[in-house]
Ligand binder design. Sequence first.
Ligand code: SAH
Ligand code: TYD
Length: 401
Amino acid sequence: MSGPDGFEIVLDLGMQPLSDSFLPPGHDGAEYTYPLRVVRHTEHPLVRLDTVVPREKMFHDEYPYHSSTSTRMQEHFSAVADRFLRDELTGDDPFIVEIGSNDGIMLSRVADAGRRHLGVDPAGGVGDIARERGVRVRAAFFDEQCAREIRAEDGPADVVYAANTMCHIPYLDSILRGVDALLTRDGILVFEDPYLGDIVERASFDQIYDEHFHFFSATSVQHIVAPHGFELVDVERLGVHGGEVRYTVARRGARPVGHAVAELVAHEQAMDLHGRATLEGFAARVRTNATDLVRTLTDLRAEGKRIAGFGATAKSATVTNYAGIGPDLVPVIYDSTPAKQGRLSPGAHIPIAPSSEFRAPYPDYTLLFAWNHAEEIMEQEVAYRESGGRWLVYVPDVHVV
Ligand code: SAH
Ligand code: TYD
């Protein structure tokens, strides 16, 4: 199957709604949909979506994803901030810019330390929360023009950081020209995103949705940054969000290249991560996984078991709409985000209820859509298992916990 220029389709997940577009109750009108297809480049190490959803449709003032809903992620980003404060923001009046600063989960720590910073995020609602936490925010899409304006107003940045945002941005060349304009001589660009290697190994196909445009690897990041005079100088594998990599990029020759880069590239070559056969094998496992999940839910329903979902994640939009899971199989999804509660999930129209309502009499089985937060959620909801309830997880395969 062919895709955009030089790309071929490896996985077709059908027409999908916007993953973070929660609907008012009773909604039965049309929803914006787009074809969700993963493509690989036939010559270069690039895996991405083939269709660009206009950025304003996804990231706007009502963007419902609030980073700080997870305590674990708050700890994760505090540690990130502490590391920058200790290792990078040490000179005379250092400056850090974060792309996709959301509710200030990382920069609030930098603000508390009194260091010069700027968060850039087009989502006004979460931006207001960040401001209340003392974070300086510019409501904008970061791109080359935005970067040049920041450079003119604030001067050069020692660090440009982005978490779970770089992979959302189709226009990476504009971003990298902007980073080039903004960074000091030996400044660094650091970004962390879901890792293609983990997605393929765990068949975590729900990482595929409108906002996740690029599926990065060490090899692909080297390929993407090189034309802009940058090189990949460090990589770190992270356990958060189901497996991520943190990439550190510097101007070519400005920083020593760590051993971890060659090691991860070698791992990717050994598993032929970008190869057609590898990705077709992944696609086959995804189809099996989705079929297994629907069969399991249907069987449980037939036995009269009560089922619920937990975590109205963006990821769950792909699972429900690709597998065909609606309120008949999962009548409710519990979630702690006020902006999602009382609304319907995109496409599948499963009602979202506050997680405070997840209590006895509990459902028999709860489909954990937020499997990437399993530890945190299972710890919080320990009474559920104690009362005989069971978690149902579908990554890396369908199983009961
Ligand atoms: N960094 C946070 C938020 C990730 S969600 C975390 O890891 O939890 C992605 C965020 O990126 C959203 O808040 C979205 O509004 C923002 N975003 C998307 N495109 C952007 C762009 N071009 N520039 C800046 N922010 C962007
Ligand atoms: P997440 O998996 O972080 O991201 P995405 O939407 O990009 O797939 O989303 C986690 C969702 O789960 C979010 O809507 C908040 C919710 N949640 C809870 O309801 N309770 C919790 O304890 C945690 C950690 C998350």
